[in-house]
Design a protein around this ligand. Structure first.
Ligand code: S3P
Length: 415
């Protein structure tokens, strides 16, 4: 697969099962590999990012056996080694936190895209705790010499679940507690998982405290990924159709996308809801006449990975959609502000880049175009969605979707 031709679709009514949640799967692999004892992770995502995490944890010494979509993991004391995190920033950042307080010397690297992503945001607070990390100008590769860490109280200057998670994991091996406060709450899967594995984690509003503790192996079942579900849902809404996605995670720190769909006039219903630490259910969405999308800084952390999908949808909604306060998008797998704008412009969209977001003049007809997603899975999916609801698209380097949604083109678009 290097290029995919996406046809124009005039209707879309589909029931889908999307891949298991990538954020939860990576955390399950990392935490179960570190935990004492055996774990079983059912319905684990087999996307590239999770496989990178599996590879890293095997190098560190964990035993991981994947049978179908179940991973059997036996934790082990970690040994010094060099780790390749591929494209997965979640793996790299979580491991920086976890490894900084352990015995050993660890080198962490990744692919050319991951090497461009900012790591100072993790390294600086870890250094305050006593971590010894040699970086490459604030980027990967880094070399960690495991050292005794001390706790701290940290107010996060940026909203990042990866940074928060790294600090909480460092807190597992600290002489005193680590307390992290966020301005805007970000996804809380690490807190939930640590808690379920016997970690000493306390929550108070936007503050999380990790006071260490031995974590034990667990049985985890991963729900469907709402960030993946956003792309077929956006397509259904863009063509006035409907879409049901089964067993999708409904953790409130991840459902900002559904709130926006409701706000613009989409109908959202949830069936078979199961309430547990990581709630899930079947989401059904259908559209009609939608209003433009307006997203401000406070909503961004809750929809950070769905913004390309929302931009694709905005191209098909009459009126001016505005996304602002989303400067963090410039630090994703690509500069997602300029790449989203470039991708949608290739399809004839009227879209402008701003410092911290984009403005979309929607409801104008698109043309069939060729899109280079710059190796970014979410840009490839957004281009495919905008094109399918427009006049079609040719998506180059389409295999990059395997970072999060390997079967996207086949299952969502039938190509
Ligand atoms: C993630 C957190 C977010 C998100 C990424 C996955 C996680 O990144 O964009 O896709 O699993 O914690 P940041 O922490 O950089 O905001």
């Amino acid at each position: 697969m290097s290029e995919k031709t996406v046809p124009q679709l005039n209707s879309y009514d589909k029931t889908l099962i999307v891949p298991p949640d990538k954020s939860i799967s990576v955390r399950a692999v990392v935490l179960c590999s570190y935990a004492v004892g055996n774990s079983t992770v059912r319905n684990i995502s087999l996307c590239d990012d999770v496989l990178s995490a599996v590879d890293c944890m095997k190098h560190l010494g964990a035993k991981i056996d994947i049978q179908g979509n179940t991973a059997f993991i036996t934790g082990a004391p970690f040994r010094s080694c060099a780790l390749d995190c591929g494209n997965s920033a979640t793996t790299a950042r979580l491991l920086m936190g976890l490894l900084s307080g352990l015995n050993g010397v660890f080198e962490i690297d990744g692919d050319s895209s991951l090497r461009t992503r900012p790591m100072k945001r993790v390294i600086d607070p870890l250094r305050i705790m006593g971590a010894r990390i040699a970086d490459t100008d604030g980027h990967l590769p880094v070399r960690i010499i495991g050292s005794p860490l001390r706790g701290m109280e940290y107010f996060m200057p940026i909203s990042s679940a990866q940074v928060k998670s790294a600090l909480l994991l460092a807190g597992l091996n600290c002489s005193s507690a680590v307390t992290v406060t966020e301005k805007i709450k970000t996804r809380n899967h690490t807190e939930i998982m640590l808690n379920d594995m016997n970690g000493d984690v306390a929550l108070d509003g936007n503050t999380v405290k990790c006071a260490g503790g031995i974590i034990f192996g667990n049985d985890i079942t991963v729900c469907g990924d709402i960030s993946a579900a956003a792309y077929p849902i956006a397509l259904a809404l863009a063509v006035g159709g409907s879409c049901t996605v089964k067993n999708v995670g409904l953790n409130p720190t991840r459902t900002g996308f559904l709130d926006i769909v409701r706000k613009i006039g989409g109908r959202v219903s949830v069936d078979n809801r199961t309430d547990c630490a990581e709630p899930y259910g079947d989401i059904s969405v259908s559209g009609g006449k939608l209003r433009p999308i307006i997203i401000g800084e406070n909503e961004v952390p809750l929809v950070i990975d769905e913004i390309p999908a929302l931009c694709a949808l905005a191209c098909h909604i009459d009126g001016v959609s505005v996304i602002e306060g989303a400067g963090e998008l410039r630090h994703k797998e690509s500069d997602r502000i300029s790449c989203t704008v470039a991708a949608l412009k290739s399809l004839g969209a009227q879209i402008e880049e701003t410092d911290s977001g984009m403005i979309i003049y929607g409801g104008k007809p698109l043309k069939k175009g060729t899109v280079n997603p710059q190796g970014d899975h979410r840009i490839a999916m957004a281009a495919a969605v905008a094109g399918a609801a427009g006049a079609g698209a040719v998506v180059q380097n389409a295999e990059c979707v395997s970072v999060s949604y390997p079967s996207f083109f086949e299952e969502v678009l039938g190509v």
